[in-house]
Design a binder for this molecule. Structure first.
Ligand SMILES: C[C@H](O)[C@H](O)[C@H]1CNC2=NC(N)=NC(=O)C2=N1
Length: 101
């Protein structure tokens, strides 16, 4: 089935299951914090692996001890779809193991 943009309301409802994630215009975003730079960088590599598996890619910004993600679906003109929420769920599932908060 073709991927469809979600309504703003649907995005809000689905984000209730993803604490820390929020809607920012036509993207969903989250910033994780770490105890230092190396654990943050390691999380970026793990995110890259997930993104390749899903064939879906966020903008990922590595700071000193932070990793910020922002994602929407280019193929529907830059709107939020279920693919973005799937990626967010997969990233959430690895975050605690990297010491993210
Ligand atoms: C050809 C490739 O499958 C597409 O360009 C994928 C890659 N990653 C993607 N990532 C995101 N965020 N949106 C897309 O539409 C998208 N499309």
């Amino acid at each position: 089935m073709a991927v469809e943009p979600l309504s703003q309301k649907d995005v809000e409802v689905r984000l209730q299951e993803l604490p820390g994630w929020s809607a920012d215009g036509d993207r969903i975003t989250r910033t994780y914090s770490f105890g230092g730079h190396f654990p943050a960088a390691a999380m970026v590599i793990h995110i890259a692996q997930i993104q390749e598996e899903l064939d879906h890619h966020a903008e990922v910004v590595l700071g000193y001890n932070t990793v910020s993600l922002a994602v929407n679906t280019h193929s529907v003109g830059g709107k939020v779809t279920d693919l973005d929420l799937q990626l967010a769920r997969r990233v959430e599932a690895i975050a605690a193991g990297h010491g993210a908060r």
